[in-house]
Write a protein that binds this ligand. Sequence first.
Ligand code: MRU
Length: 371
Amino acid sequence: MSTGIERESGSDPRFAEPYRALVRPEGARFIEVLDQRELPHAVVTKRVTDVDAATAAIRDMVVRGAPLIGAVGAYGLALALDADASDAALERAHAKLDAARPTAVNLRWALDRVLARVAPLPVSRRADAAWCEADAIRDEDVAINAAIGRYGLELLRALGGEGRAVDVMTHCNAGALATCGFGTATAPIFLAHDEGLPLHVIVSETRPRLQGANLTAWEMASRDIPHTLIVDSASGLLMRRGEVDIVIVGADRVAANGDVCNKIGTYDKALAAADNSIPFYVALPSPTIDWNAVSGDAIPIEARAMDEVLTIAGASASGERVAVAIAGRGTNARNFAFDVTPARLVTGYVTERGIARNAAELHALFADRGN
Ligand code: MRU
């Protein structure tokens, strides 16, 4: 029986530099994704051919990052409708995909968008319309990344000068691997590097899933961008020493009052940045804004398995994947995947429509939104 998810090892040129986290080959009724759990040790692609596989890819973090899981969710609905486009199947698939991960609002946003597009149509036309809508979500994300990159680039240019490298700190992975394009927080970094602005990126490892060490560092290395990996708890020290010019992070959900939910550890960085008068920016695609969440308190924080904290996983010298225990038997752990940074600690939100300095400016930028 097909699992709907097939594994192919090796280097697929479509994921070569510039790599893509998600590909829908022309006209295909499936998608291919990079298995991010394998990076940086191997480049492995998976073919996702049904809704269960799409759900599993999101739930098991084959794909991750708010914009990317939104796009994969949208394609997951299209896959579901290829099998059965009835009202009941549509509702079931929406609920299944929506339950895959709770925090990043892009998933619900994308699912609702596809649902709204296809529900009024006759059953026979729904699947094609869902594939079109998923493609549109993917393509818009690419354009959003580019616009965030252009606005964020101005911030980096303003900090540069006299040949000195701008020290940019980021957290987790808000890069190409988290999106359909070339990232949110990384987009300004990639553009600045491409135009020759000297940069040095400080990447925090992002325990427990190590998105910084495994993914962001890999993205920087594959573009030859000077970067240094630090443990999460070293951020404050570097800021106090004057070794950080700017912090740019992504977001999984931003509340209407500007509170930012992002990878666990983001709040600590924002506090240290404020204490050291270092600008703290959030790269924010508009589908990540939850206009219905009054504040960060309304955002569900994903709690993950304690094993992720009690062990650490990597590759041995021979390339074999290993996970080792880092705490003795009898120790419990709590594993919060995200935290909330209060709006007062945010210097600005870099969106596809420009930079907002506060929630009021964010509302003004998106005054024409539909909800
Ligand atoms: O748990 P993940 O890897 O899906 O979380 C992703 C993040 O929190 C990223 O830092 C990011 O800012 C949001 S996606 C651009």
